[in-house]
Design a protein around this ligand. Structure first.
Ligand SMILES: [Zn+2]
Length: 575
C-alpha cells in the first residue's frame, strides 16, 4: 500500500508526552538543556522535513483554524519543534515545553522528541501509526499537559515507600516542573491525547476525503486499528498501566469516539479553546451508556489494583535479591494472585517464573558441598614404656585439605569426610631427664576423618541456617616419609617404621549455611575447636617392651569455607 508519507520520508513523529517517559533517567537525559544544546541529538529520518511538515503544516493549521472559528482568545501555536533524540529510548517519544530555552529554539518552546528507531519500526507497519503517535503528542501539548515529568501519584509513592524495603522515591530534579496527580487523572490525560490523535486524523480525513487516496488511507476504521498495531510492534509500550490505560481501553475509547454520533458531537463543539480537551473528553463520556461508563471506572480501579500487584512484585524481587526467600515467596505469590485475578497473563507468567526460582531454592532439603579446610593444632606426644612416661617434646601441626560434606536444612545431622595433608613435616624428640635428646621422630601424614555432625542451638532465617556444630568421628592417619633418628644407638636408625593407625576426633564449632547455591565462600563456612587422639604404631624389628604405647593428642583450631557449588541436591517432595 502506498504510504501516507512519501516513501523517501522514512518517518514521522510521535508520541506521548508522558507517554513514554517513565524512568527518571530518561527524564533527566531528555531535559531541556540537553536537548537545546544538542547533547542528545540523534540522526533523524532521511526526510525529517516531512515529519515537521505533518506537525506544523497539516495538523497544526487544522487546530488553529478550529480555534479561530471558535473565537478563541488564546494565541495560536505557531509551531512545534520536532527533534530526533536518543534519550527517549524505549519510550518512543515525549512532548515538552522548554520556556527558558526557547531563544535557542527559534522562540518556540514546544517540542516533540522522538526516537528514530521506534518511528521507523511502527511506520513500516503502517504510516498511519506514526501520524497517530504524533497527533497524540500534539494533544498533550495543546492540552497544556507539558509539565515535564511523569506525575507522581502520592498515594502510590507512599505505598511503595511503606512496603518496599529500600525503595527510592522517583528522583525529580528541582529544575523540572512537576505535577502530582493520581492514576485516574493521569489516565484521563492519556485518553485526552488519544482523542486529539483521533481528532487530527479524522479532521484531515473529513477535509480531504474527496481525494480517494486520502479517503482510503484515513478511513476511520483504520484509525481504530492503530493502537493494536503499535502494540503488535512494541508490546512493552503498553505495559505502563500506572501511566496509561491499557491498549484495549484506549482502543475502545478511540472506536467510541469515531462512532458517527459521537464524532458529530465532538466535531461540532461550541467550547472555548482552553476547555477543549476536558470538554472533549467529557462530551465523549456523556455519550457512553451507563454500563460503559461504569466499565471505564472499573478500568481505573483495576489499574490501581495492578499497581499494588506491581509493588508486591518489586518488593518480592528486592527480598529475593537480598536472599530473603520465604518473604520473597509471600510477596511474589500475592502479586501473582492479583495478576491472575485481573487477567494480566504476561505479568502473571513473569512472576510465576520468578516464584519458581524462589521455590526451587526453598525446596532444597540437603546438598553436598566441597570446602577447603585448614587446621592448626598443638600436639602433645605421650609415650610410655613399662608404665613409665617417656619425656617427649611438643609440636605445632598445620594441615590443609578438602572437606566433602552433606548438609541438611531439615535435620540436625550431617556427614562429612576431611582429608588433610601436613603443611610441614612435624617432629618430636624424646629426651632424658637431663634434657638430652635421645630420639627424633619426624613425618608428614595424610589424615582422613569420616565424621558425623550434629547441629544444635541453631537458628534459621529464610536465607540461611546458623548454629553450633558438634562433630565426632574416626581418624585414619597414614605417615609419609617417616624418619627416625636414635642419637644414642645410631645402629637402630634403620628398620623402624610408623604404621597407619586409627584414632578418633571430636570438635565443636559454629557454622553458616546459605540456602542459595552460590560460589560465595562464606555461603558455607565453619570455625571449630577440634581435638584428636592418634595412636602411633611402630613397626620395629626389635621386640618392644611390654606395655609400650605411643600416641599424639592434638587440640587446635579448624576453619573451612565452601569452594565448590552445591551438588547432589535433594529437594523436598511437593505435597
Ligand atoms: Zn500520552
Amino acid at each position: 500500500m502506498e504510504k501516507i508519507i512519501p516513501s523517501s520520508c522514512k518517518v514521522i513523529i510521535i508520541l506521548l508526552f508522558f507517554s513514554f517517559s517513565v524512568c527518571s533517567q530518561v527524564r533527566m537525559a531528555c531535559n531541556c538543556e540537553s536537548v537545546t544544546k544538542g547533547f542528545v541529538s540523534q540522526d533523524g529520518f532521511a526526510n525529517q522535513d516531512e515529519i515537521v511538515s505533518w506537525v506544523n503544516f497539516r495538523f497544526l493549521p487544522l487546530f488553529n483554524e478550529m480555534a479561530q472559528k471558535r473565537h478563541s482568545k488564546t494565541p495560536p501555536i505557531k509551531g512545534i519543534n520536532v527533534i530526533p533524540v536518543f534519550c527517549v529510548g524505549g519510550n518512543g517519544a515525549v512532548a515538552k515545553k522548554c520556556e527558558k530555552e526557547k531563544a535557542s529554539l527559534n522562540g518556540n518552546p514546544f517540542l516533540i522528541l522522538y526516537d528514530d528507531y521506534f518511528i521507523n519500526k511502527i511506520e513500516k507497519n503502517n504510516a498511519l501509526n506514526v501520524l497517530f503517535v504524533l497527533a497524540h503528542e500534539m494533544g498533550h501539548l495543546l492540552s497544556n499537559h507539558y509539565h515535564n515529568t511523569i506525575p507522581v501519584d502520592v498515594d502510590y509513592e507512599a505505598y511503595l515507600k511503606k512496603t518496599v524495603k529500600g525503595y527510592k522515591p522517583v528522583f525529580i530534579s528541582k529544575d523540572v516542573e512537576t505535577q502530582k496527580m493520581t492514576v485516574r487523572e493521569r489516565h484521563i490525560e492519556e485518553l485526552t491525547a488519544d482523542a486529539f490523535a483521533v481528532w487530527f486524523l479524522r479532521m484531515y480525513y473529513e477535509k480531504n476525503k474527496k481525494d480517494p487516496n486520502i479517503a482510503k488511507k484515513f478511513d476511520p476504521d483504520k484509525i481504530n486499528d492503530v493502537l493494536p498495531q503499535i502494540k503488535s510492534v512494541f508490546p512493552s509500550m503498553f505495559n505502563q498501566e500506572t501511566t496509561h490505560p491499557s491498549c484495549e481501553q484506549r482502543t475502545y475509547f478511540v472506536k467510541k469516539l469515531n462512532d458517527f454520533d459521537n464524532w458529530s458531537q465532538v466535531s461540532n463543539f461550541k467550547k472555548t479553546l482552553g476547555g477543549f480537551a476536558s470538554e472533549f473528553i467529557d462530551s465523549t463520556l456523556t455519550v457512553l451508556t451507563q454500563e460503559e461508563a461504569k466499565q471505564m471506572g472499573l478500568a481505573v480501579e483495576r489499574a490501581k489494583e495492578k499497581t499494588e500487584g506491581d509493588a508486591l512484585r518489586i518488593k518480592g524481587l528486592d527480598l529475593f535479591r537480598k536472599n530473603y526467600f520465604e518473604e520473597a515467596k509471600v510477596n511474589l505469590q500475592a502479586s501473582r494472585e492479583i495478576y491472575t485475578r485481573l487477567i494480566f497473563p504476561e505479568d502473571s507468567a513473569k512472576v510465576t517464573a520468578e516464584l519458581k526460582e524462589v521455590e526451587e531454592i526453598l525446596s532444597v532439603r540437603s546438598f553436598m558441598h566441597f570446602s577447603i579446610l585448614g587446621n592448626s593444632s598443638f600436639a602433645n606426644y605421650q609415650l610410655k614404656s613399662e608404665g613409665q612416661n617417656i619425656n617427649a617434646t611438643n609440636a605445632i601441626v598445620g594441615q590443609l585439605g578438602l572437606r566433602l560434606g552433606r548438609y541438611s536444612y531439615d535435620s540436625p545431622f550431617g556427614l562429612e569426610v576431611d582429608a588433610t595433608y601436613d603443611l610441614e613435616a612435624w617432629q618430636f624428640d624424646t629426651y632424658s631427664n637431663d634434657r638430652k635428646s635421645l630420639e627424633r621422630f619426624k613425618t608428614s601424614t595424610i589424615t582422613v576423618q569420616p565424621k558425623l555432625t550434629y547441629r544444635f542451638l541453631s537458628f534459621s532465617k529464610s536465607n540461611k541456617i546458623q548454629g553450633f556444630v558438634f562433630s565426632a568421628g574416626a581418624s585414619w592417619m597414614k605417615p609419609i616419609k617417616f624418619e627416625y633418628l636414635n642419637f644414642q644407638v645410631p645402629a637402630q636408625n634403620l628398620g623402624i617404621r610408623l604404621k597407619p593407625s586409627w584414632g578418633f576426633t571430636v570438635g565443636i564449632g559454629f557454622e553458616n549455611i546459605n540456602r542459595k547455591p552460590t560460589l560465595n565462600i562464606w555461603g558455607l563456612c565453619r570455625v571449630a575447636i577440634v581435638s584428636s587422639y592418634q595412636p602411633l604404631v611402630f613397626d620395629i624389628s626389635e621386640p618392644l617392651p611390654q606395655n609400650y604405647s605411643a600416641a599424639a593428642w592434638t587440640v587446635g583450631l579448624s576453619a573451612s569455607v565452601g569452594i565448590l557449588p552445591k551438588f547432589l541436591i535433594k529437594r523436598k517432595l511437593d505435597n
